[in-house]
Design a binder for this molecule. Structure first.
Ligand code: MRU
Length: 309
């Protein structure tokens, strides 16, 4: 199953809002379709939105539109994952947006396989690994970052169990990571987000591996809930790894300066189509949180293991 397809000058995105029940593709014929797809989580995950954004600029060029104007609109879709800005700037500053977008697309898979190779050295046979959100093939072009490490360990013949947190409000762990792991034939179990601390206290978890939306000075930004998992891991001496390509690094900024996306209250008020709270109750819905550097054991990149910034 491909997350992103570029075919006949059109971009096809596996519609992640509908997974795991329906496997359908959302067709983008112009950059406005890409803007819609990123804003509405048809495509999500830092590397995947970067690649989709790059093709968005390419579509603007194909359609004879002003690519700088299109780039601005695409950059306004989601504020936190740096891959989006990195990819758009790369394509805008290249000689050929289409060729550059295709290059970023190809590089993503090669990078993830390298992350997998470096990361799998940390995994021992029999490990139980907790992951949060979806940092898998669905968050990238293919293979994944955190789930790429798990894939690589499996390819090396290691027997592992993966614990996926549900990842409220949109359920990327429940809907996407468990689905990916089942398709790989990897032993996977689903927990509610609030069970992570208890499982670490009971020594059920050997390692935590998550992805990242931005690595900056002082910490790592990732899906809301990452901080609570990191604090529990620190308390119970569970190694806490972040798997991320260097395109997710923002060496210039301090992690506290980065805009954390606030999403629609409906995501919290509803569980799927079912309302679970009184009408009009006020909601706070940050999409990401900050894991301070001192809670992170190592960051697994395509260049090897590095310390947080
Ligand atoms: O809101 P999302 O689904 O785009 O958030 C995704 C995450 O937080 C992922 O963990 C992160 O982007 C890393 S993906 C390799």
């Amino acid at each position: 199953m491909k997350t992103i397809i570029w075919e006949d000058n059109k971009l096809l995105l596996l519609d992640q809002r509908k997974l795991p029940d329906e496997v359908t593709y959302f067709e983008c014929k112009n950059h406005k379709d890409v803007v819609y797809a990123i804003k509405n989580m048809v495509v999500r995950g830092a590397p995947a939105i970067g690649v989709a954004a790059a093709f968005g600029v390419a579509l603007a060029q194909i359609n004879g539109e002003d690519i700088n104007k299109a780039a601005k609109e695409i950059k306004n879709t989601r504020p936190t994952a740096i891959n989006l800005f990195w990819a758009v700037d790369r394509v805008v500053n290249s000689d050929s947006p289409i060729d550059e977008a295709l290059k970023i697309y190809k590089e993503d898979v090669e990078t993830n396989k390298k992350i997998g190779k470096h990361g799998s050295k940390l995994i021992e046979d029999g490990d139980v690994i907790l992951t949060h959100c979806n940092a898998g093939a669905l968050a990238c072009v293919d293979y994944g970052t955190a789930l790429g490490v798990i894939r690589a360990a499996k390819e090396e013949g290691k027997n592992i169990e993966v614990i996926c947190t549900e990842t409220r409000p949109l359920g990327q762990g429940a809907r996407l990571s468990t689905w990916e792991m089942q398709q790989e034939g990897i032993n996977v179990k689903l927990i509610v987000d609030s069970a992570a601390g208890y499982l670490m206290q009971k020594k059920y978890i050997d390692k935590v591996i998550i992805g990242a939306d931005r690595v900056a000075k002082g910490g790592v930004i990732n899906k809301i809930g990452s901080l609570m998992i990191a604090l529990s891991a620190n308390r119970y001496n569970v190694p806490f790894y972040v798997a991320a390509p260097t395109s997710t690094f923002d060496e210039e900024s301090n992690v506290n300066e980065i805009e954390i996306e606030e999403r629609n209250p409906k995501e919290v008020l509803y569980y799927g189509k079912c309302r679970i709270a009184p009408k009009n109750v006020d909601v706070i819905n940050p999409a990401f949180d900050i894991v301070p550097s001192d809670l992170i054991t190592k960051i697994i990149t395509e260049k090897g293991l590095v310390d947080p910034l």
